[in-house]
Design a protein around this ligand. Sequence first.
Ligand code: ADP
Ligand code: MG
Ligand code: MG
Length: 899
Amino acid sequence: MAKYVYDFSEGNRDMKDLLGGKGANLAEMTNMGLPVPHGFTISTAACLTYLAEGGHPQGLMDELETHVQTLETSMGKRLGDPSDPLLVSVRSGAKFSMPGMMDTVLNLGLNEEALKGLAERSGGDLRFANDAYRRFIQMFGKIVMDVPGDAFEEALDHAKEAKGGGASDTDLDADDLRGVIGRFLEIYEEHTGSPFPTDPREQMRLAVEAVFKSWNGKRAIDYRRQNKISDDLGTAVNVQSMVFGNRGEDSGTGVAFTRDPSTGEKVPYGDYLANAQGEDVVAGIRNTLPLADLERIDPASYAGLRQVMDTLEGHYADMCDIEFTIEQGRLWILQTRVGKRTAFGEWVMAYDMLQEGLIDADTALVRVDANRLEELFKRRVDAEGATAIATGLNASPGAATGKVVFTADEAQAQGQGGERVILVRRETTPDDYHGMIASQGILTSAGGTNSHAAVVARGEGIPAVCGADAIKLNPAAKTFAAGGTTVREGDVITIDGFTGNVYVGELPLRESLLEKARQGDAPAREETLWKAFAALMDHADVRRALRVRANADTPDQSTNARERGAEGIGLCRTEHMFLGEERVLSVRQMIFAETAAEEQAAYDVLLPLQRDDFVGIFTAMSGLPVTVRLLDPPLHEFLPDQVELAVEVALGKERGEDMSEQERVLQKVNELHEMNPMLGLRGVRLGIVKPGLYAMQVRAIVEAAVRVKKDGGDPRVEIMIPLVATAPELQQMRAELEPVAREILEREGVELDHLEWGTMIELPRAAVTAREIARGADFFSFGTNDLTQTAFGFSRDDIGKFVGLYEERKLVPANPFVTVDRPGVGRLMQIAVDEGRAANPDLHLGICGEHGGDPASVVFCAELGLDYVSCSPFRVETARLAAGQAAVGAAETASRKQG
Ligand code: ADP
Ligand code: MG
Ligand code: MG
């Protein structure tokens, strides 16, 4: 028969699946010989069976009875015994600590008879016994039977008022409490329709059942969704004999951390409350004392606690948090777990523990969360006392303050003039790029975490709040309204990309210690955080096999990426090189060209400009590979907006102005208009349709490489053709473009050590025909943004409307634009890797989609055996860290949940 109940002495810390986190650790501590009140755990399997069958699993009640009897024997007390009753707590405890689960019921086992025994056994302390009883009725009623908590609170307040103004719980004497108990029992019966259960075994049965049911309570379900915890785990129930912290001034209860969870420092940390029970510490009824004060109040217990803290930290080799109770000078340990800590604290602790020899370097490496590294490089806002006028999505981390501007041009003009500005828009488009990068921060009223604004902001390391729909923009008046405030152009606001909050005025910002240190600040480099960062990143670099490159389009970005440890550029997008006034005109000339000569004239203007761009980038990345992607976006992105232009033409004509030039442009815009531009004339298709375009780009790239080489540099060039679906597309492009390169090299008499031709794998067809494509490619780079779009048939720009619901209903594993969808997109990647390598053993492989900087996706890329990941420069450290963690086999740390 199945075993459902485990005595604390039968379990250990590795049994969290079965016993829950709390139960497993109680068992561990019991077996370590720590002073843990006796008890047992009903397993998660019992809960799951109960929920599946709608009743207690067969045999559970008998097993429970056996364990109750064992507990009675070991405690020398019996449930409900009128002379010396055993009292217990009933505590829920899932594998992961979960706020939604049922609260603990303390003092279970009391009834009128047992009450007398409790009073007698506590030296005639009737007040204490009555207080325990009224708490029990209250907790049991509220938690197990859903009696509204207010009903009890009101009755209690009533009793306090009767004692005179300002009376607190502790002012109520035994008689007062007797009155409260009478009232509580009535309230219970009024709300449940039945008298309070007097049989301790029935009390226990009802409480256990309530814990089981709470697994499927709304709060618990919501929490699991939010935190991506499986619904199939179930919760355990811990039944533990009571100890009392409310037995007078020599008693109390508290929580202790073996290290400071916020700074990571190796100092004991915590709170203590004298003469209190259980939840009083967190309930904030009375002010708690810092843990250190316990040393003065009760030196012996404090010394005992410190010893337990050291023992636990040594045993778990990690920072622990501990719940303890002191009953009349005797210390009891009620809970421990590996404690939660801040993003800051985890680095300091991991490093200190490594120095202390408590853990080895691999362990230290996986103790830090790659998902939280980036935030340590960002400024924070000190928002104390400030009220947000709006809250949007925390789209890109960091805080920024500056003057409000409403257009990208204004942002650029003021930003270049040294002004700090925040660009506020409904949403952004590629046309706004120049203004976005000149801004301190970006605020949009529409759009989600994958909107253009959010993606660009994260890529550029600019703080952003997106989709703050409380903001009502009035572009004509150059104002926006939110929360009853009107903000005008030029007014200063502060945005917090960590919380999504928007504030009026300039709030103080705190610099990032790590960023200061990274830039060479000497005092900052003395801080433990920096030392920890340097040491653990070194170790990650030693361990990882996966290289890390950056997505960078300019020399500045390249330099930034290199400083952060990038080992090349995995994606240099050339579309930004087509923006800017002078260039856009030539680009348009190219688009409008009616003769080959006109088109060539446009290329002649663009060629030297592009060449200079590449010279800058190859110089910055000398000695490291640079993958340049030939032009990818649809051409309409370089033309005015169709609707705006049509309006302009109509209005101009009405005024009788000469609109012939605008009309010509409009005609072309209409001609180029596509129903689905993302699936239209873009990528390699552009190269096929406009042969001069890619040839010009290749010429610029190769001439730039030649120049850099002649100047003593070491350019390592990889030319990448985007959006290939068929092997012949790539073959034909190479056949056209390679001679262009060869001709230049021959003319200049230069050899390039590294000149490769490859393609992006970003269409499902390319992935499944990788065998043929690989025969004509030196490398593949997975463009996982498009691959995700085309695999799901989701438009990244439009999923905002439903992705939230999709995640909530678990219709997608996680947002697939953030973390590679392993079963679908990941499978396509696997096929391409296997078939590509089989056809071409020299093929090298990387990823350049946004996913390249997502720790869980980095782990997946390591498993696939890619050669490198490429990500935004600001994620390079994150990717290095995640790659190091993947190498030490800690794949799960990327989505670590602490129990
Ligand atoms: P949570 O998961 O919310 O911390 P717990 O089960 O740990 O819930 O219990 C809530 C409070 O009750 C804690 O302060 C805990 O220390 C206390 N408590 C639980 N069981 C006992 C017990 N047997 N004796 C005394 N206090 C207890
Ligand atoms: Mg607890
Ligand atoms: Mg693409």
